[in-house]
Write a protein that binds this ligand. Structure first.
Ligand SMILES: Nc1ncnc2c1ncn2[C@@H]1O[C@H](COP(=O)(O)OP(=O)(O)OP(=O)(O)O)[C@@H](O)[C@H]1O
Ligand SMILES: [Mg+2]
Length: 264
C-alpha cells in the first residue's frame, strides 16, 4: 500500500522542497524555493505572471529541469527517481487545470473513470471498467454534486460543473497530493468560491494537501491555510493566511507592469 497510515500522514509532510532551483538554459526561473505541504492543508501559490508558479508545480511531477535543491513528493525523491518510478509518482499526484482538460464527447462518468487509469499505461477505454470502479466514480460525482449529470457528455456541462468533474477524476486516482494550477481562472466569482470551497473540503476531510495557484488575492485569503508567494522565481512570502492581508501580498505584484503578461 502506498498510502501511509493516518498517524504517519499527520506527522510528515507529503511534499518537501528545499533550495529548489530550476533553469531553462541560461535563464533561472526558480531560485531557492522551499515548500512543505502537510496533510489536510490548502496552500495558495501566488505571484505575478511569469513568477514561476506553474514551473514549481511541474517540478513536483518531474516535468521541470531542476538544477539544484531537493524535491520529495509522497516518498519519492523526484530529482533522483528509480526506473519506472516516474509513472508511479504521477499516478499519486492529482492535477486540476484551468481548462479542465476533460474529453468533451465522453460522458461525465467515463471522464471520472479515466482517473483510475492514470499512470496505468496507455488508456484503453474499450477495455471496460470494473463495477467497483464505476461505483466509486458515481460516489465521487455525488460528492462533488453532479451525480445527476453522470451520463451527459462532458461538453454539455457549465465550466463550474466541468471543474467539479475534473476534481472527481483527480480523486479517482486516490492521490496523495492535489495540484491545482489556476483552477478557477475561467469561472465567475461565485463558481470560483464554490470550487475552491470544494477543494478545501477535500483537503480537510481526506487529509490530502492541495496546492492551488491563484491570481485573485481575496480568493487566496478566503480559501487557504497558508500562502506562498513567488516573485521572479524567488520566495518572497511564506506564511499562515490568517496572519497575512492584501498589503502583505502587494510586493508580489510591485513591478507587474514591467513583466511579460501575455502568457499562461
Ligand atoms: N519550457 C520552458 N522553456 C523556457 N522558459 C520557460 C519554460 N517554461 C516556463 N518558462 C519561463 O519560466 C518563467 C516562469 O513561468 P511559469 O509558467 O512558471 O510562470 P507562472 O507564474 O505560472 O505564470 P502565469 O501566471 O502566467 O501562469 C517564465 O519566464 C517562462 O517564460
Ligand atoms: Mg502558470
Amino acid at each position: 500500500m502506498r498510502t501511509p497510515t493516518a498517524e504517519v500522514r499527520q506527522a510528515l509532510p507529503l511534499v518537501t522542497v528545499r533550495g529548489l532551483k530550476v533553469a531553462y538554459d541560461a535563464t533561472t526561473v526558480l531560485d531557492g524555493v522551499d515548500l512543505d505541504l502537510f496533510p489536510g492543508e490548502m496552500v495558495a501559490l501566488l505571484g505575478a505572471s511569469g513568477s514561476g508558479k506553474s514551473t514549481l508545480m511541474r517540478s513536483l511531477t518531474g516535468f521541470a529541469p531542476v538544477s539544484a535543491g531537493s524535491v520529495r513528493v509522497a516518498g519519492h525523491d523526484v530529482t533522483n527517481l528509480a526506473r519506472g518510478e516516474l509513472r508511479t509518482l504521477r499516478s499519486e499526484v492529482g492535477q486540476v487545470f484551468q481548462q479542465f482538460n476533460l474529453i468533451p464527447r465522453l460522458s461525465v462518468l467515463t471522464n471520472v473513470l479515466t482517473g483510475a487509469l492514470h499512470g496505468a499505461g496507455p488508456i484503453n477505454l474499450a477495455g471496460g471498467f470494473s463495477s467497483a470502479h464505476r461505483r466509486r466514480a458515481l460516489e465521487l460525482l455525488d460528492r462533488v454534486g453532479i451525480a445527476h449529470k453522470a451520463s451527459a457528455p462532458a461538453r454539455s456541462l457549465s465550466g463550474g460543473q466541468q471543474q467539479r468533474v475534473a476534481i472527481a477524476r483527480a480523486l479517482m486516482q486516490r492521490p496523495a497530493v492535489i495540484l491545482a494550477d489556476e483552477p478557477v481562472a475561467s469561472l465567475d466569482p461565485k463558481l470560483a468560491d464554490s470550487v475552491l470551497g470544494l477543494l478545501r473540503e477535500i483537503a480537510t476531510q481526506d487529509g490530502i494537501p492541495v496546492l492551488v495557484s491563484l491570481h485573485v488575492l481575496p480568493l487566496a485569503l478566503a480559501h487557504s491555510d497558508r500562502i506562498v508567494g513567488l516573485r521572479h522565481g524567488e520566495m518572497l512570502v511564506s506564511g499562515v493566511t490568517s496572519q497575512l492581508d492584501a498589503a502583505a501580498l502587494e510586493p508580489l505584484y510591485d513591478d507587474e507592469e514591467h513583466r511579460d503578461d501575455d502568457h499562461h
